[in-house]
Design a protein around this ligand. Structure first.
Ligand SMILES: C[S@@+](CC[C@H](N)C(=O)[O-])C[C@H]1O[C@@H](n2cnc3c(N)ncnc32)[C@H](O)[C@@H]1O
Length: 307
């Protein structure tokens, strides 16, 4: 456990902690993993991908929570965060490995100090159908619509059929739109921007990927296009109204499983009923209680109709 404390101390001391959202890395990591382990059943045979791992807050907290998966891979596009993970995490957590993806993102380009890493197609090939589970905290809150779609394809290609992917995002739906329009959301979002927004809401024009939210139907369509379906949603408290334990919305997708031949499916009866009784049921013997009528009268003296 002292190794984990040491890693968190290194994160606290690093300026990169601010690049990935700031706050105490251990508290943020533990809160994220609390949500993840509630939504996904992870175990020793799991092969897990931390997509957009940053400095590895989630991954180290996952280890701290006692999860020891068969494989734990972190991927990100910022070379310095992958260097950090290679030096500060990989030597201490057996089975963990980090991959640098060649990529770009307007919100993070300032931190991409060199062109290096593996292409998405190379990683897709290397890890095709490999992971049982994947997660991405605060990644799809900072990507364009086009990247959202292509990243879903990318992650899905690396999941085994039936594998699960939990990502966080800000979902525009009846409730969140209403709360933003009436100025009740947790973030100071401009109701006028919401009024003008279609399927996509950005927080400001100067850095549109600092906060970006997507319509529910659009997310659902993009997930389906990537060969997955939304199978669970856990709303966050960003939209106000006292919803949710986490800040962001957590969406769980399942990659469509391989289809079986229909004659291989073990069907379960829609309604299981006991066989009907052949003999009529015997009359129930009520206890003979001579006190009962007087007890009932006493009880009724105190009874008053509800107003
Ligand atoms: C807000 S940080 C969160 C980091 C980490 N998930 C955490 O919770 O600590 C967002 C991360 O997403 C990564 N990212 C952004 N665009 C990406 C992309 N196209 N592919 C992979 N990672 C990306 C960024 O480099 C950054 O590390």
């Amino acid at each position: 456990m002292s190794e984990l404390s040491h890693i968190f101390d290194q994160m606290r001391a690093s300026p990169m902690n601010d690049w990935v959202g700031g706050s105490d890395p251990e508290l943020v990591g533990d809160a994220s993993i609390g949500i993840l382990t509630r939504l996904l059943p992870l175990h020793n045979q799991s092969r897990i991908l931390d997509f957009g791992c940053g400095i590895g807050r989630g991954l180290v907290s996952l280890w701290k929570a006692g999860v020891r998966p068969e494989q734990l891979i972190g991927m990100d596009i910022m070379p310095p965060v992958i260097d950090f993970c290679d030096q500060q995490i990989a030597p201490y957590l057996p089975g963990t490995k980090f991959e640098l993806i060649t990529g770009a993102n307007h919100h993070y380009d300032a931190f991409i100090d060199r062109q290096a890493g593996k292409s998405q197609s190379a990683l897709s090939e290397q890890y095709r159908d490999n992971f049982t589970d994947a997660y991405a905290f605060s990644v799809f809150t900072h990507v364009t619509q086009a990247d959202f779609q292509s990243l879903l394809h990318f992650v899905s290609s690396m999941l085994r059929p039936g594998g699960r992917f939990m990502f966080t995002c800000f979902e525009l739906n009846d409730f969140s739109r209403h709360m933003v329009l009436s100025g009740q959301a947790l973030f100071p979002l401009d109701p006028e921007r919401m009024r003008r927004a279609g399927d996509v809401l950005t927080g400001n024009d100067a850095d549109p990927l600092a906060f970006i939210a997507f319509d529910r139907a659009l997310i659902q369509k993009m997930v389906w296009n990537a060969g997955m379906a939304i199978t669970k949603v856990d709303y966050g408290c960003w939209m106000g109204g006292g919803l949710g334990g986490g800040l962001q919305d957590a969406i769980v997708c399942t990659k469509l499983p391989l289809l079986q031949a229909v004659d291989q499916i073990q069907h379960t009866a829609l309604v299981a009923r006991d066989a009907p009784a052949t003999e009529p049921a015997a009359p129930i013997d009520l206890p003979q209680d001579s006190e009962a009528p007087s007890r009932f009268r006493k009880m009724m003296q105190h009874w008053r109709p509800r107003k």
